[in-house]
Design a protein around this ligand. Structure first.
Ligand SMILES: [Mg+2]
Length: 381
């Protein structure tokens, strides 16, 4: 409610994620294929696009403008290394144009816009300003500008994730899911099917609407979902938001579990063993990005498990927003030892016990944790 602590922060976060979703949709529509001038590889070989830098610049500019200039602490995924390379000049120009086009529409989202077009050096500075490492004191925004870039490039699921942490505790979580339909039934249809259908006959009701923003404030026991606005329309917030909650299924045989698409990110054979031992019977739902968290928060799935290979360290921006939303929607998220995730130790989830387990409720959660202990000794992660 208006006047509540963090009401302004929540409003800005929801609005800026909506704005970021529109930027991503525009970039994705123009993305013909994984061509080298549109998709770059980072040092770890993960892909990065105009949208990753564009969203980071946009969110950084807006948060700095509203919450106190250079002093705003933002922990975010991207840096400007790849973008500043000589062979990236064309890419950089596209980023600059995309950000300026996006910010020009910010007033439609109830957000400020710059008085003048931002130049290249300003955009680079705005992106590289998000180099905070977080920590246990003070206020930090945590941003993954595009989570699941591979899903984005493949025109599949991806998310924009923004969270706020204060003195080591998560306060707010906002997840933009531009290809995740408001209603579960539409998940069965491919994105391009949706596009061709909506061109033939424009959406008549919000059952057709593709894409949503979910958000929650810690401690309220409420999580919300709002459809994306069509371009040129004004965002009304919080008017068109509605409450979401986790599924009530607690029988493992009826539960759906989500896991990462990419094998490099998660050990599929170990999760299959845990799933079997916990009595899960359905095929896993492999989903790119934090849309997995969104699926659980909204009751479309019951379980998410991720056991990274040894040596891989989870980053806070890949989980923070999703954790707040699932918890407020009624679910449970812990490490595999049953302990809460600690976002206050810097960029990584330090001290994480084996993996991450998110469930719609305590009954399933206990069963999964039990199955992890039973399976662990026989595994060689
Ligand atoms: Mg990312």
């Amino acid at each position: 409610m208006e006047g509540d602590k963090y009401y302004e922060e929540l409003g800005v976060a929801v609005r800026v994620v909506h704005l970021a979703c529109s930027l991503c949709q525009r970039v994705q529509e123009g993305l013909v294929s994984m061509s080298s001038d549109q998709v770059k590889s980072k040092d770890d070989d993960s892909p990065v696009t105009v949208a990753d830098w564009g969203v980071q610049a946009t969110v950084s500019w807006i948060l700095s403008e509203i919450f106190g200039g250079q002093n705003v602490s933002i922990v975010a995924e991207e840096d400007v290394q790849t973008l500043s390379k000589v062979d990236s000049a064309g890419l950089l120009e596209t980023v600059v144009n995309t950000v300026n086009e996006c910010l020009a529409e910010a007033p439609n989202y109830g957000l400020p816009r710059p008085d003048n077009v931002l130049g290249t050096s300003q955009i680079l500075e705005t992106i590289s300003r998000c180099n905070s490492t977080g920590g246990p004191t003070g206020r930090h925004w945590i941003l993954d500008p595009v989570d699941g870039t591979l899903g984005f490039v493949r025109k599949d699921q991806y998310a924009i994730a923004l969270a706020l942490m204060e003195d080591g505790e998560l306060i707010l979580g906002v997840l933009g899911c531009p290809n995740y339909p408001m209603k579960k039934e539409w998940l069965n249809y491919h994105h391009e099917y949706y596009q061709s259908m909506s061109q033939m006959s424009p959406p008549a009701s919000d059952s057709w609407e593709k894409g949503c923003v979910m958000y929650a404030r810690k401690g309220t026991g409420e999580a919300w979902m709002q459809p994306l606005v069509h371009q040129q329309k004004k965002l009304e917030w919080p008017n068109s938001a509605r409450l979401i909650c986790v599924s009530s299924i607690d029988d493992p045989a009826l539960a759906t579990f989500c896991e990462s698409v990419q094998k490099a990110n998660s050990n599929h054979s170990f999760t299959a063993g845990v799933a079997h031992s916990a009595g899960l019977r359905k095929q896993p739902l492999r989903v790119y990005s934090m849309v997995k968290y969104a699926a659980i928060a909204r009751g479309d799935a019951e379980i998410f498990m991720k056991f990274a290979r040894s040596g891989y360290k989870e980053k806070i921006w890949d989980h923070a927003a999703g954790v707040v939303i699932i918890e407020e929607a009624g679910g449970v998220v812990t490490d595999a030892g049953g302990r809460p995730l600690d976002f206050s130790k810097g960029v990584y989830l330090e001290g994480l016990d084996r993996g991450i387990i998110a469930c719609s409720g305590a009954t399933l959660h206990e069963k999964i944790i039990g199955a992890v202990y039973a399976s662990w000794d026989s595994s060689n992660l």
